[in-house]
Design a protein around this ligand. Structure first.
Ligand code: DAH
Length: 339
């Protein structure tokens, strides 16, 4: 019996099928009810008791080997057959998804490109700030509500380390580290302790502009922003300035652009006013110059700050701020640009 097992084992090992039918024939020959391995199991009854253990073991190994052989050969042949059908060398390749730039990146690049044409250079500041650069040097009084935990994320309240609430903090770095003339543009992420909604998020992006030199006037500021609005929203875009208040500029203004949707005649986006707010600005407050070590008698300057999401929403007609942060490809795929 052991001899027989050995010779069938050799046959099983040597078996090389060409087709699925060969494998089926192999199964019938060895493992079907009348197959030779099954026959050995039938004969097993006649094996003397003292040999049963050894022969039984060998027999089981043989059966297992035959089953495994069938399974692996079948799987390999099936893959081969499938891949034969798949190979069509004339078929066009699958398109590669190249992705697209995020609308915030596109708009940021566009804003930068507009202001660099006027001689502004891009500068950077830290997102983790101290109270002095974010508030103190910018003339925020000690009890200003923005310093409240409700509005600001403090990392360590005792040491007054916080996540910057605006990119105006970069102004404080610039002016205390470089001598005028300064013409800088500082894009970056800012953080505020706000509930997330269609109009607010706990972090967003701003761009800060700063121009300090001798004889810089409010007229220069207005002209610069008018140029920006026309480049960004089209030749027909108009701006208007409304008096406002920021601790770090005096006088201060908020700037509106003629509604990008109705052109100024009034619609539900501009709530019938014909105007949309785009940024805050003003002439650098002499107190800010003093705290940064710049002589306010000699120099004047203007500053402005805008939210990149806000500009992107107006430019593309996006109604919900959360879309920018959800990474939904159905939204992101709609944007393309060469900047
Ligand atoms: N920092 C202000 C904000 O976050 C925006 C701003 C207003 C920036 C007036 C300025 C400015 O530079 O002059 O709302």
């Amino acid at each position: 019996m052991l001899e027989k097992i050995k010779s069938i084992k050799a046959e099983v090992e040597a078996f090389q099928p060409k087709t699925i039918e060969d494998i089926e024939n192999f199964r019938i020959k060895y493992l079907s009810k009348k197959g030779s391995i099954s026959a050995l199991f039938d004969d097993f009854k006649t094996v003397p008791a003292e040999l049963k253990k050894e022969i039984g073991k060998e027999l089981n190994i043989l059966k297992q080997a035959a089953l495994e052989k069938i399974n692996t050969l079948k799987a390999a042949l099936e893959i081969d057959e499938k891949s034969e059908i798949k190979v069509d060398l004339t078929r066009p390749g699958d398109p590669q998804n190249l992705g697209s730039r995020h609308p915030i990146s596109i708009v940021r690049s566009e804003i930068i490109s507009i202001f660099t044409r006027l001689g502004f250079i891009v500068t950077d500041g830290p997102e983790i700030e101290d109270d002095a650069h974010n508030f103190g040097m910018l003339n925020f009084p000690e009890d200003h509500p923005a310093r409240d935990m409700q509005d600001t994320f403090f990392i360590s309240p005792g040491l007054n380390i916080l996540l910057r609430t605006h990119t105006s903090s970069v102004q404080a770095h610039e002016m205390s580290e470089i001598k005028p003339p300064i013409r800088s543009l500082s894009p970056g992420r800012v953080y505020r302790n706000e509930a997330i909604s269609a109009r607010a998020n706990c972090f967003f992006h701003q761009i800060e502009g700063l121009y300090v030199d001798e004889n810089v006037s409010f007229a220069d500021l207005k002209q610069t922003l008018d140029y920006f609005a026309k480049e960004m929203f089209g030749e027909s875009a108009q701006i208007r300035m409304r008096p406002s208040y920021f601790p770090f500029t005096e006088p201060s203004a908020e700037v509106d652009v003629s509604c990008t949707l109705c052109g100024g005649s009034g619609c539900n986006v501009c709530k019938g006013t014909g105007w949309l707010e785009i940024l805050g600005c003003g002439m650098v407050d002499p107190n800010v110059f003093k705290s940064c070590g710049i002589d306010p008698e000699k120099y004047t300057g203007f500053a402005f700050g805008m939210g990149i999401e806000r500009i992107a929403m107006l430019k593309y007609g996006i109604r919900d701020l959360r879309l920018f942060f959800e990474n939904d490809l159905r939204f992101l795929n709609q944007f393309s640009s060469d900047v």
